[in-house]
Design a protein around this ligand. Structure first.
Ligand code: AMP
Ligand code: MG
Length: 284
C-alpha cells in the first residue's frame, strides 16, 4: 500500500517551514489504521533477514551499521516506536541508548563525548532515544550554555555525522512531529490512567510552556543539520499507527538500500566438506 518511497515522502527539505508540515498527515500511505496495524508485523520476516545479513557482514569485516535517531516533544511516541517498530528487530544485533540529563562527568567533556561512545559497532543497529540534538534543543531553550557554544554545535554535529557515515554508518534521523493539542490530550491521558501516571512529571507541563521555543529550536536543527549524508525525516506523529508504520518502513528501506548479502566464506567449502566426510573414527 506504499505509493512513494517513504524516504522521499518524509525527507525534510531545507527551506520548509516546520509549522507547515501537517502533524496528522499520512505521507506514503493510502490505507487506514487497520491496514497499517496489519502491515507492520508483515515486515518482520524481511527485517529479520536483512538484519542478520547486516550482522553477518559485520562479523566478517564489513563496517556497515545503522543508526536510528529518535527526537520529539514529550509524548511524541519514542516509547511506542520502540515497542512496535523497533520491536520487529532482533535484540541481539541491536544497541539501544536513551540519553538523559548529562551527568557531572559527561558535562565535563565536549557534548559529543557521551554520544560517540554509544554509536553502533559494525553489523549493529543502534537506536538513540534522544541524542546529541538535545544539546541544541533543551540546552538552547533553557540557555544551559552560551549562545556561541550552541552556534558552534551545528557544524560540530555535521562533521561528527559525516565521519560516522564515511566509516559505514547509515543514519536515519527522525523528528516525531506532534501538535500542541495532541500533547495535551496525551498528557491528560497519562494522568487519567493509573498504568500511565508514572510516565508523567509535573515538569512536563513547564516544558510545554516553552512549546514555541522548542519548535524554533527544532526548526533550526532541521535546517542546519539536514545534510546529503545524514538527512532528517519529519514523521507526522499525531496518529500513532502512522508513526509506527512509517518508522518500520524507514528502517526497511534503509536496510534494503544497504545492498546486503551473505558474506562469501574465506575458506574453501568443498575442502572443508571433504575433511568432514573423510573423517575416520579416532581422528583424521
Ligand atoms: P525522558 O526521555 O522523558 O526520560 O527524559 C530525559 C530528559 O533528559 C529530558 O527532559 C531531556 O530534555 C533531558 N536531556 C537529554 N539530553 C540532555 C542534554 N544534553 N542536556 C540537558 N538535558 C538533556
Ligand atoms: Mg518524559
Amino acid at each position: 500500500m506504499t505509493s512513494t518511497p517513504i524516504t522521499d515522502a518524509l525527507r525534510y527539505r531545507p527551506g520548509t517551514d516546520l509549522a507547515d508540515l501537517d502533524t496528522r498527515a499520512t505521507p506514503g500511505f493510502d490505507g487506514d489504521k487497520d491496514d497499517a496495524a496489519k502491515e507492520l508485523p508483515d515486515l518482520a520476516p524481511e527485517m529479520a533477514d536483512l538484519q542478520e545479513k547486516l550482522f553477518a557482514a559485520g562479523y566478517t569485516g564489513s563496517g556497515q551499521r545503522l543508526l536510528l535517531v529518535l527526537q520529539g516533544m514529550d509524548t511524541a511516541g519514542k516509547g511506542g516506536i520502540l515497542r512496535h517498530a523497533v520491536g520487529l528487530l532482533d535484540p541481539g544485533g541491536m544497541r539501544l541508548k536513551a540519553f538523559k540529563k548529562p551527568t557531572q562527568e559527561e558535562l565535563a567533556h565536549d557534548f559529543l563525548w557521551r554520544v560517540s561512545r554509544e554509536v553502533p559497532a559494525a553489523g549493529e543497529i543502534g537506536i538513540f532515544d534522544r541524542s546529541h540534538y538535545e544539546d541544541v534543543l533543551v540546552v538552547k531553550v533553557h540557555e544551559l550554555t552560551d549562545a556561541a557554544e550552541i552556534e558552534r554545535r551545528y557544524d560540530a554535529i555535521n562533521a561528527f555525522e559525516k565521519n560516522l557515515v564515511d566509516s559505514g554508518t547509515v543514519m536515519i534521523k527522525c523528528m516525531l512531529h506532534i501538535s500542541k493539542d495532541t500533547q495535551k490530550e496525551r498528557l491528560l491521558a497519562r494522568l487519567e490512567d493509573r498504568t500511565k501516571q508514572w510516565k508523567f512529571k509535573p515538569e512536563d507541563i513547564d516544558e510545554r510552556g516553552h512549546w514555541d521555543e522548542y519548535q524554533a529550536a527544532y526548526a533550526t536543527a532541521l535546517e542546519r543539520c539536514s545534510t546529503a549524508h545524514a538527512p532528517w525525516y519529519v514523521v507526522p506523529s499525531d496518529r500513532k499507527w502512522y508513526r509506527n508504520w512509517a518508522i518500520g518502513q524507514l528502517l526497511r528501506e534503509a536496510l534494503r538500500a544497504m545492498d546486503l548479502d551473505w558474506p562469501t566464506p574465506d575458506y574453501d567449502v568443498e575442502e572443508q566438506r571433504a575433511r568432514l566426510e573423510n573423517e575416520r573414527e579416532g581422528g583424521e
